[in-house]
Design a protein around this ligand. Structure first.
Ligand SMILES: Cc1ncc(COP(=O)(O)O)c(C=O)c1O
Length: 461
């Protein structure tokens, strides 16, 4: 009781105590006791340039001193135009208009609403259903949660969720349709794709507004890339049935996977790309969407140029200044080159670790978005019981040792399947990658000895 009375923070977990961070330096966070944590997951795959960069802080302070807030219903800033131009030029050719929000959930809400308005105003007024994918995450607002497929996050709110449809996202390593990847490739009969078409036909194409997917599934599956050719087939289906294709790059955008957008790797042009996290490298709440010319022309012709939507903090000048400064750093420091170099190195080091620890069943990902699947025993293909919270506990041990990873669960079927995402800042150096691997190695060894003794590492921090 005393703790509740003296603590005014509504914590993520009210039963847990969290270290208080006083500052960050590069890839490290330092708490009030001076303990250092190597940020091996960039917070939530957001602090993509590490911590404490004065250039970004100063750019934000300069903007705050000049004009901290203008309402985009009546005014704009130069910084807004500059950032939109920079992002528009990074995106695929026909995606040119950039709309800003404060977070990824809002970005996906905006994209799904835009798809709906675009259809409605063009006379396709029945189109309203979004098809999402199981084991995918698009945010925590009611709309984005409805589109996402995170069983645990959805469960508490099932009665409130919108009537959206879901198909499985490909997880060839453990195909939810019990298919073999080579078999799919050789006879070009992909159940994960035919299931999308079946779902569209069942709902009635006249009712389906949008399809939303992460190009590489992040927090819910642990950095799982699609099989080559999957998104080309999805694009064909969306074209055939006039469905807006939204690619959620909130986690993958701005170099995380080795290209500006992961969309470049899946070789399609989406109708909308949503982004967040890395755009400001975590220095300010900033996100948004980049929209295809076709939708913009539709809005101009059929909607009098107006998207019936908007947030108070859309295009917030200080957040936009953070975005501009962050993108400048990415470019100046040639971060993309580093992602490819360190990403390859980290991937290979994790493959070595897999040889040593039978807890690791799979290493996957692109660039510096890498996931490992954790099982009780790889040789016996024995999974952890979800109640054991294996990934969480492993991360707890790692934090004791001074590194923080991004644990997740439910990657296989919504409940079973444990994974850890390893996603250090995009400018991490080799020495830091080595330290990440060393701490992960030690954590797995400690995890094993505790398991043998039948003891559990209790997570209090
Ligand atoms: C792919 C993806 N989409 C959307 C979101 C939601 O973003 P936010 O938490 O900024 O609302 C996330 C956050 O983790 C994400 O990873």
């Amino acid at each position: 009781m005393e703790r509740i009375e003296n603590d005014y923070v509504f914590h993520r977990d009210l039963k847990k105590e969290y270290p208080i961070i006083t500052h960050g330096v590069g890839s490290y966070l330092i708490d009030e006791n001076g303990k250092k944590y190597l940020d091996a997951c960039s917070g939530a795959v957001a602090a993509n340039l590490g911590h404490g960069i004065p250039f970004i802080g100063e750019a934000m302070a300069d903007q705050a001193k000049k004009a901290a807030f203008v309402h985009t219903m009546r005014f704009e800033t130069k910084a807004l135009h500059q950032l939109a131009e920079t992002i528009g030029k990074m995106a695929p050719d026909q995606l040119n208009k950039v709309y800003f929000t404060t977070g990824g959930s809002e970005a996906n809400e905006s994209a799904m609403k835009l798809a709906r308005q675009y259809h409605r105003d063009a006379g396709r007024s029945q189109k309203h259903i979004v098809i999402g994918r199981w084991q995918s995450y698009h945010g925590n607002t009611i709309g984005s949660l409805s589109a996402g497929g995170d069983v645990k996050r959805r469960h508490a709110y099932t009665p409130n969720l919108l009537n959206y449809a879901h198909v499985y996202s490909p997880y060839c390593h453990r195909c939810p349709y019990d298919r073999q990847h080579d078999d799919c490739l050789s006879n070009q009969n992909w159940t994960c794709v035919t299931d999308i078409e079946r779902t569209i036909l069942e709902l009635g194409p006249e009712n389906v507004s949008a399809f939303i997917a992460e190009p590489i599934v992040g927090s819910q599956q642990g950095a799982v890339p699609p099989p080559p050719g999957y998104f080309e087939k999805v694009r064909e289906l969306c074209d055939r049935y006039e469905i807006v294709l939204i690619i959620d790059e909130v986690m993958t955008g701005f170099g995380r996977t080795g290209t500006n957008f992961a969309t470049e790797q899946i070789r399609i042009t989406p109708d909308i790309i949503t982004f967040g996290k890395g755009v400001s490298a975590g220095y300010a709440p900033l996100a948004g969407m980049i929209v295809h010319d076709r939708l913009i022309e539709g809005l101009i012709q059929n909607s009098d140029g107006k998207f019936i939507h908007g947030y108070t903090y859309s295009g917030h000048p200080v957040a936009v200044a953070a975005g501009l400064a962050a993108l400048d750093v990415y470019k100046r420091e040639r971060v993309l080159d580093n992602v490819i170099k360190q990403g390859d190195y980290l991937f290979n080091r994790l493959l070595e670790l897999k040889q040593k620890h039978t807890y690791i069943a799979d290493v996957r990902g692109r660039g510096l978005l890498i996931g490992i699947e954790l099982v009780r025993d790889r040789e016996l293909d024995l999974l952890f019981d979800p109640a054991e919270k294996a990934a969480d506990r492993l991360n707890g041990i790692a934090m004791e040792l001074g590194a923080v990873f991004y644990p997740g669960a439910g990657s296989i079927d919504g409940t079973k399947g444990e994974h850890l995402i390893i996603s250090p800042p995009l400018n991490a150096i080799k020495k830091e990658i080595d330290e990440i691997v060393r701490i992960l190695d030690e954590s797995l060894t400690i995890f094993k000895s505790l398991e043998r003794k039948g003891e559990r590492y209790e997570i209090t921090k």
